[in-house]
Each structure stands twice: as C-alpha cells, then as structure tokens.
Write a protein that binds this ligand. Sequence first.
Ligand code: F6P
Length: 341
Amino acid sequence: MRIGVLTAGGDCPGLNAVIRSVVHRALTGHDDEVIGFEDGFKGLLEGRFRKLDLDAVSGILARGGTILGSSRLERNRLREACEKSKDMSKDYGIDVLIPIGGEGTLTAARMLADAGMPVVGVPKTIDNDISSTDRTFGFDTAVGVATEAIDRLKTTAESHQRVMVVEVMGRHAGWIALESGMAGGAHGICLPERPFDVDDLVTMVEERFARGKKFAVVCVAEGAHPAEETMDYKKGAIDQFGHERFSGIGNHLAIELEKRLGKEARPVILGHVQRGGTPTAYDRVLATRFGWHAVEAAHRGDFGRMTALRGTDITMVPLAEAVTELKTVPEWRMDEAESVF
Ligand code: F6P
C-alpha cells in the first residue's frame, strides 16, 4: 500500500510522533511505502513530497513542530483545493491519504472522503476542541506550559502586589484556560463559552486583598469576552483566512482591572509558546497510538473516519461526526473550577 501523509493547520506538539508512528507501523508492520507531502495540502497541490523511511523519522519523537511543515488552507478555497487534491492523489498513486490536522483539515478530509478519496484522518490541536475524541495530542503540553507560567507569575505578582492576567490560546473553546487555570490555581478563569463580568473579577480581587492575600491571577482564553456593557472591549479583526483575530483580551482586561481596582495589573500573553517545543509523555503516547491506528484503519479500508480517544481506547469515528461542531467547555466543568477559586 502507498500511504500519503501530511500535516496541516496550526502546528502542535506531537505531530512528529504521529508521522514516526505511521512510518514505523506501515513499514515494519506491513510492507507499505509512505510519502510525506510538504506544508500540508499546499505540498500536495504543488507536487512537493518526499519518501519517508525509518531513517527519515529517526530522532523526531520528542521534537516539537512537524518535519513536514504545515500551512493553513483558506476557507473559501477549500472546495477547489479538495477537487485538485483528489486528482493529484491519483497522480501520485497513493492508496490512502492520512491528513493530520484540526477542524479545518478534517473538514477538507471529509470533503475528500465524500468525493470518493480513501482518507483516514488524525485529529490534532492544542485547543482540544475536536468533537468525538476525548482528547487531542498537544493539549496536555499546552496546559503544562500555561500552568508553569501561572506558577511562575504568582511569585512575581506577590512580590509586587499585582494582578496578573494570563492570556492563553483558545479562540472558540476554553479548555486550555480551564485546565491550566485549575492546575495553576488561578483566582479567576474566563472562557469564550461564558461571557465574563468584570465586576465579579473586581470583587474577587478585592476580597482576596481584604483577606490579606497580596496578589491575584486571572487566566483568560484569547476568545473570551466580557458580558455586554461591563467593559470597553474592541472586537478582533478578520485575517486573510476569515479567522477573527482578537485584539488581545488580556491587555484590555488588565487595563480595566487596574483602573477599577487602583492596583497594578499586568497582562501576559502566552501565545505560540504554548504550541512550541517538546511534547509531554502523554502527548507522545497518544500521538503514537493515533498513528498506529490510522495505518491499521487504512488496511481495513476504514475510510472517511478519524482516530479518536474514547476513555482509554482508540476507536474510529466518522469524519462527518467529528467536524459538525466544536467541543466546547460545558457549564459543569466551569462550576467545578469555580469551587476552588
Ligand atoms: O487552533 C490552534 C490555535 O493555536 C488557536 O488556539 C489559536 O487561536 C490559533 O491556533 C493561532 O493560529 P496562528 O498560528 O495562525 O496564529
């Protein structure tokens, strides 16, 4: 069997572990050949690919990023790109395509599958917002980075009696904010799923200081926004891919808290540091398992589906099911977090 693999969308720690696992399982468990397209669907469309053998994937397990490179597909060019990809895949003689990516990539994968192309998807995103899988690799690493940042910020915040506003990634879903906020013991967590009230945050900080505490940390997802009228808040701008780029809710919130509290507040935007660097052990294992199962699914002819974690098992779920809606943080998870503020 000739397998084509590509990584698309925003990168994420663990991508190399999947590529390595696909190559190992395909070459040693079966007698397959694997080619890797460079820079996501772009490489497929432009005919840029290379053969992946065991040497090519040696030493990459712990490496962040993706040895294949990645790119985002413009939303409005999705259909056109899919049509072309289908023809190109035929030209390269691949029997199955394994695209590793987030919601956009899996939507493209679904379109390809609907058009008759043999596709097995592998979900990835640090945001953990893909439906139908309990976890995506990359998330554990991102939560670890954000948690360490909160831990570190607490000591400097205490020295200066400041409020720290830590902005983490998560445009539409607040999983990173929720879990790093819980793990780091943040005193307030703001998620895109639930508009926050600045008055509540002000009261929380005032009560803490009244109890003799000398600092506070608020963990805010980049896509979080205030309930209407509670604070001056600018909407984001739309980028070339149609994504909304927020103008830094962390900055706005820190300025607002400083004004209302009369105490110093500092914003810390963690940004892409959450996506870079070496994956945690958990993410390496999950990514390796996804790669193994993707190859097995290809050999069973289990196309139009993606690998998914359910409990501790890896299963296959229809791509159609996975891309219908994003997995957001349910209210009860926020209630649990709030009980330990
Ligand atoms: O989808 C993953 C993600 O990390 C989001 O949390 C974030 O909003 C976005 O990617 C950033 O994308 P880019 O790398 O294009 O700036």
